[in-house]
Write a protein that binds this ligand. Structure first.
Ligand code: HEC
Ligand code: HEC
Length: 461
């Protein structure tokens, strides 16, 4: 402990990164509540400084490979879509952390550009460490085991409460985690890109033949030939699969998908100071009696110096309110239940998972215009109200029926509402209890969330 204190203070006083470069990755992250117990740390923190300065292990900056450069062209090319109007970038706009620029809950697409999607568009940033979908803690046995088998084991395993005081124990829970999309239904970016490309509600590209007819006449057709050989267009399935591969390489290689230029990253490295509101927000985010947000949206550097991604990659049923604005919801019998369907089909028998969605990253979240899988909210303040009032003042969150009864968790069918997480703070409060956060606390947390926007500092490696 005293060693750490000496070099931390030394580094801050000297302001020189060179002194402590090297040894730092080995220093394991000290949970916030532990280091806050030390007067010196609290003293630095009170000035907005990070008492536990770290060096972040960032992915190396390398020029894009030729395949990734082709992938970039494809990513921005609307020609691939059935309507000729939508590219990947239309919904995943690089100027908006790879999410849409508009504030629609779901995007319009399809041949006529009038067909509504069913879920909000997640950011494509910071997926570089996303693990494959599995159930239970990370280990080779779980990754190769049969999901149905693991689900049954999980149903009988005890589940540790998720709190900022002990994220390690919760990481070992026998619960679903990882994968891409809100329901984790695919694992690789390459597999993933086929989804929107052929989805009739999105790009609606038609058949591989239609796509290849367009690729052959695209300005980058010669790139295909150079990379994949002169016969690449003879086999449409192959040409499409090479295209998807190229798009995935672009997302993997381009540093724009993981810039780590937020104020929070600068703060972690000792290059920025929190304002008083940001500091209060950070502490509330990490306070089990207040936000407890960091229990699921992990915010500490890993033992290997990897920067936090603000997700534990686990699935939860938060029971967010139904969004009446979604066209799919005009049918009262329609429910998007995440892990158990309808868009994911392999776990539909595992009804204990109905209503569960992947915990998203909160990096750049303050640049988003819609929140949660169904886009029911349009401001962060509504999101914070949800966490504070869901059970303590549910009439503020859910519709009230003609008999005066609050329709809690109304986006999940009655018989599956017991899946909703009522054990992890702040979602463990009861009707009428004091909410975990007051107005000031919620405003402070929002101030902290704004420090997660990229673009605060230039990329420093
Ligand atoms: C019409 C809007 C739209 C277009 C166009 C679109 N996407 Fe998406 N994208 C979405 C939506 C909506 C989701 C979430 C779907 C879900 O969870 O079921 C998504 C999810 C993703 C994800 C998963 C992200 C995560 O955090 O899990 C990736 C990766 C992705 N899209 C890549 C692409 C690529 C590559 C293209 C172009 C080939 C593309 N998208 C085109 C709307 C779109
Ligand atoms: C028990 C785990 C858990 C805790 C605790 C938690 N979250 Fe979340 N958070 C989630 C999950 C899961 C979702 C996605 C839920 C959905 O869409 O149905 C989510 C979604 C969000 C979103 C929407 C992001 C987006 O891209 O749409 C925001 C913002 C957010 N959380 C902020 C917070 C804040 C602030 C706190 C603390 C007050 C907090 N969360 C506490 C699990 C958690």
């Amino acid at each position: 402990m005293s060693m750490r204190r000496v070099w931390v203070t030394g580094a801050i006083l000297a302001g020189a990164t060179a002194i402590w470069a090297g040894g730092i990755a080995a220093s394991s992250p000290i949970p916030l509540h532990q280091w806050l117990a030390h007067p010196h740390d609290s003293w630095l923190l009170a000035q907005g400084k990070n008492p536990n300065v770290v060096q972040l292990t960032l992915p190396p900056l390398k020029p894009l490979s030729a395949v990734a450069q082709l992938g970039r062209k494809l990513f921005f090319d609307p020609r691939l879509s059935g309507s000729g109007k939508l590219s990947c970038a239309s919904c995943h706009n690089p100027g908006h952390a790879f999410a849409p620029a508009n504030d629609l809950s779901v995007q319009l697409g399809g041949d006529d550009m009038r067909r509504a999607g069913v879920r909000t568009v997640p950011s494509l940033a910071y997926l570089y460490r996303q693990q494959n979908f599995s159930i239970g803690p990370d280990n080779p046995a779980n990754e190769s085991a049969d999901l149905q088998h693991l689900a049954i084991l999980g149903a009988h395993a005890p589940r540790a409460q998720k709190t900022v005081l002990d994220v390690q124990t919760a990481a070992a829970n026998m619960v679903p985690k990882g994968g891409l999309f809100w329901d984790g239904r695919v694992n690789t970016l390459q597999q993933q890109a086929a989804g929107p490309l052929f989805n009739p509600l999105e790009m609606g590209a038609g058949s591989p033949d239609t796509i290849v007819a367009k690729l052959e006449h695209a300005p980058y057709a010669h790139d295909f030939v150079q990379l994949f050989g002169p016969r690449v267009f003879d086999d449409p399935a192959l040409a499409v699969s090479e295209s998807l591969f190229a798009i995935s390489r672009f997302q993997i290689e381009d540093p724009g998908f993981r810039p780590f230029t937020s104020k929070y990253d600068a703060w972690l490295r000792g290059h920025a100071r929190f304002t008083p509101a940001e500091l209060r927000g950070y502490l509330a985010f990490n306070d089990v009696h207040k936000g407890n947000c960091a229990a699921c949206h992990l915010d500490q550097v890993t033992r290997d110096g990897l920067p936090p991604l603000f997700t534990d990659m686990q699935f939860e049923a938060l029971g967010v309110p139904r969004n009446p604005a979604l066209p799919a919801n005009h049918n009262p019998g329609n429910f998007d239940l995440g892990l158990c369907g309808p868009y994911r089909t392999d776990l539909k028998a595992q009804t204990q998972y109905c209503g569960m969605f992947l915990t998203p990253t909160l990096r750049n979240v303050a640049t988003r215009h819609v929140f949660f899988h169904n886009g029911v909210y349009h401001t962060l303040s509504q999101v914070l109200d949800f966490y504070a009032f869901r059970d303590t003042r549910p009439h503020k969150i859910y519709p009230v029926d003609s008999g005066g009864r609050v329709e809690k968790y109304n986006d999940i069918p009655l018989k599956q509402r017991s899946n909703v997480d009522v054990s992890d703070p702040p979602l463990n409060r009861k009707l009428g209890e004091t909410p975990a956060m007051n107005m000031q606390g919620m405003r402070d947390i929002i101030a902290f969330l704004q420090t997660l926007n990229d673009g605060y500092s230039p990329v420093k490696r």
